[in-house]
Design a protein around this ligand. Structure first.
Ligand SMILES: Nc1ncnc2c1ncn2[C@@H]1O[C@H](COP(=O)(O)OP(=O)(O)O)[C@@H](O)[C@H]1O
Ligand SMILES: [Mg+2]
Length: 411
């Protein structure tokens, strides 16, 4: 019997559109002989819709038209299964109800990739592809992930965390940062992705502007030393606590002199400049096109394999697996490193627990085509669901039925 997979994407995130690109791409490669695919598009307002047209990227050119012809849905736990039902639920007449076996969240960014969606799906009792709440939450928090990794002996850049409260005294904060790191520094919202709100600051005026911007995206901001002779290397890891394997390494290349790979570099390269709204041309085309033709994250200028020594490649792949385990990684994650070419130091930069394009292009060079990567992810999720069934999650007896509860203060 076919497995019914609900692919969740979109959501109230600054990386909404990137999620649409990643999810449509993945749905194109999921084996439709083995799986029934239910696209579940979450609007920026958090409404859930489904329609077979959601497997084609062109449908998202006009989202209001797409949602108006789609079925609005919600999910319900029944005693023996989880179903997707149409909303509003009819009191009379037949309701359309679709059983779901597995959820595949292909989401990026805060409110979705950070454990929020994973928690919702776990509460429903739906097995999910990719990590659960804890790794997702830690992976979205640049400060938390650094402390976990530091504890595991993985090199990370030292950082300062500032909150809105600290920003009430800008002069004090500016002075503290300058004293601790000097310049240049990098300022990042703690819990975003896709370089949104990230700026390099070379002096006090730039730092003030960088903090101003970062604080519009998050109440917590991270500041760290900016590596000037930077080489970035990414390596994905696939597996779980028992067995995890590293992918090929890539070197993402910025397309202009900007030190930071911008949102446009990552997702819109080839298109016009102008942030999320501009340059959508390249993002929309060729959602199923293999490593060369596919867009979104995969269209970024990159070197695969990365131009590094075999020793550095081994070190990165080994550290990537170690970091994956330290963060309780599950499914496929991409671990991003920074090399300071001044002295050859290697630093873990971040983990992406649901990487753009699921980093399929890093597995193809190792002989794992995209459909196989997806099959492995589904198998891992099913294995995990079986393992979870073996753990005790609740007791059958109702202790309250026999306990002496007289006199207990309940309010
Ligand atoms: N300490 C640093 N020094 C120099 N460049 C950095 C540093 N930290 C980040 N960057 C640049 O900023 C980009 C985005 O930062 P990153 O921490 O990866 O955030 P995001 O989650 O938005 O991808 C990196 O890919 C890199 O180009
Ligand atoms: Mg990054």
């Amino acid at each position: 019997m076919n497995i019914t997979i609900a692919v969740f994407f979109g959501g109230n995130s600054t990386e909404h559109e990137i999620s649409v690109i990643s999810a449509v791409q993945a749905m194109g490669y999921l084996d439709h002989q083995k799986y029934n695919i239910l696209p579940v598009y979450m609007t920026k307002d958090g409404l859930f819709y489904t329609h077979p047209d959601m497997e084609r990227i062109e449908s998202f050119r006009d989202i209001p038209a797409l949602t108006s012809r789609s079925r609005r849905v919600f999910f319900v736990k029944e005693p023996d299964r989880v179903v997707m039902a149409s909303w509003p639920f009819k009191r009379f007449g037949k309701n359309e109800v679709t059983p779901v076996d597995l959820a595949f969240p292909i989401v990026h960014g805060t409110n979705v990739e950070d454990g929020t969606l994973q928690g919702y799906l776990a509460t429903l009792g739906l097995p999910i592809v990719g990590p659960g709440v804890l790794p997702s939450a830690i992976g979205m928090d640049k400060v938390m992930m650094k402390s976990v990794l530091k504890d595991a002996g993985i090199p990370v850049l030292d950082c300062l965390e500032a909150t809105w409260k600290d920003w009430e005294d800008p002069e004090g904060l500016l002075a503290r940062i300058a004293e601790r790191f000097g310049y240049p520094v990098i300022v990042k919202p703690v819990n975003l992705g896709s370089s949104i709100g990230i700026t390099k600051a070379g002096d006090e005026r730039e730092l003030r502007e960088a903090l101003e911007l970062a604080f519009t995206f998050s109440g917590r901001v991270l500041v760290e030393h900016a590596i000037e002779k930077l080489k970035e290397i990414n390596c994905a890891v696939l597996g779980d606590y028992e067995d995890a394997q590293p992918s090929e390494c890539e070197e993402p290349l910025p397309s202009d002199d900007a030190a930071i790979l911008s949102f446009e570099d990552k997702y819109m390269s080839g298109g016009s400049k102008g942030g999320a709204k501009g340059g959508t041309k390249s993002g929309w085309s060729g959602s199923k096109g293999g490593a060369g033709g596919s867009k979104g994250m995969a269209s970024l200028q990159r070197k695969i394999p990365a131009d590094i020594t075999p020793e550095m490649r081994d070190r990165i792949r080994e550290t990537a697996v170690k970091a994956f385990h330290a963060l309780a990684g599950f499914g496929v994650a991409r671990i991003d490193f920074m090399i300071d070419e001044e002295d050859g130091s290697l630093y873990f930069n971040e983990i992406n627990t649901i990487p753009g394009s699921l980093s399929f292009y890093l597995w193809e060079p190792l002989g794992i085509p995209y459909p196989e990567l997806l099959d492995r992810l589904v198998d891992l999720a099913r294995k995990h669901a079986l393992e979870m069934q073996k753990t005790t999650t609740a007791f059958d007896t109702n202790i309250l039925a026999t306990a002496k509860i007289g006199g207990t203060k309940t309010r």
